[in-house]
Write a protein that binds this ligand. Structure first.
Ligand SMILES: [Fe+2]
Length: 335
């Protein structure tokens, strides 16, 4: 039987927008309520802890200092631009859209504009929010945007996206998702968090850090030896099972079963059980780590609105640059 149902690609649900409510260039600043500032302060304090920050890549930490975010108050757009534009040429603009669709997002990217939503999560979503809110946009991404290497990475996506076929656009979205949103990198022979989605979400952040420790505890990774080489070895050895998991994830997506905030991790646990993959050793964690492999990333959809079952680790940010170029540049250079 041929399945005519389109594959679920992890796309964002369309949102009804009143275009008259969108911000203009003269009208970017908002008056936030005391409660909103207090939510910001609690989110900030929740992540800005030494025992968490030691797992974030050094570029974010440098950017955090340059951006001078207040731990107590939501910054103004003017403050953000003052610290970002002179450094990288990127500009921040506010939008009423809660979750911008890729086509609109990359149109702005082509102009080196990074959109930040005017939506802030509510108190019941302090650990996990299915939608990127302004805390995610500002705290997760913008420290990076003070730096040339990040601007260079972000600059790669729009020119390729504009020339890409529909199928390639899907891959481009996944590459962005598994790098700038949920990517990891090795630095000083440790796994470090790079993606803004992990940095700004305490739940995914702590699950990821837990996995770093578990890999050591279960003797999967010996942190006194080259960690990236060991990860590559585990991946190569288990590639068949990793790809069976990815096929299973695709099926869950098609059935709409990944999109459950409550069942996020449990869905994956039952997937492993159904595939007969024992949740031990390399497969024993809440999130599976694999090397940043373009072919594998092209196979796995984005998990919007739910927990991600898999993260990809780049050997270095220079390597990420190179790997992204290898896919994006030939498309961008098309006539
Ligand atoms: Fe993001």
């Amino acid at each position: 039987m041929i399945n005519n149902k389109p594959s679920y690609t992890g796309d964002i649900a369309a949102q009804e927008i009143d275009p008259t409510k969108e911000y203009s260039s003269e009208n970017q600043e908002l008056d936030f309520s005391a409660e909103q500032h207090s939510i910001w302060a609690d989110l900030f304090a929740g992540v800005h802890q030494p025992y968490l920050l030691e797992h974030v890549c050094k570029e974010w930490l440098t950017g955090m200092e340059l951006l001078q975010l207040s731990p107590k108050h939501i910054p103004t757009v003017a403050h953000l631009n003052k610290n970002i534009t002179p450094r990288t040429g990127w500009k921040i603009e506010r939008t009423v859209v809660r979750y911008t669709l890729a086509d609109d997002w990359y149109k702005k990217f082509a102009q080196r504009v990074f959109l930040i939503t005017d939506y802030l999560r509510t108190r019941d979503q302090m650990e996990f929010t299915p939608e990127p809110d302004m805390f995610h946009d500002i705290f997760g991404h913008l420290p990076f945007l003070t730096q040339e290497f990040y601007a260079r990475i972000e600059d790669k996506f729009a020119p390729a996206y504009m020339k890409a076929t529909q199928e390639e656009r899907e891959v481009i979205k996944r590459l962005a998702w598994y790098s700038t949103e949920f990517g990891l990198v090795t630095q000083e022979n440790r796994f470090k968090i790079f993606g803004a989605g992990i940095i700004s979400g305490r739940s995914e952040f702590t699950h990821t850090v837990m996995e770093f420790y578990r890999l050591g505890r279960d003797n999967v990774i010996d942190y006194s030896k080259n960690v990236y080489a060991q990860l590559e070895k585990h991946f190569e050895k288990n590639k068949k099972d990793v790809h069976r998991i990815i096929a299973g994830v695709n099926k869950l997506h098609q059935k709409g079963q990944m999109s459950s905030e409550e069942n996020g991790w449990n869905v994956i646990k039952s997937l492993y059980d159904n595939l007969g993959i024992s949740r031990t050793g390399y497969f024993g964690g809440e999130v599976l780590l694999a090397p940043f492999d373009l072919e594998t990333i092209a196979l796995i959809p984005k998990t919007v609105y739910a927990f991600n079952p898999m993260f990809f680790v780049c050997e270095s940010l220079e390597k990420m640059d190179e790997l992204l170029d290898s896919y994006l540049k030939p498309i961008a250079l098309r006539a």
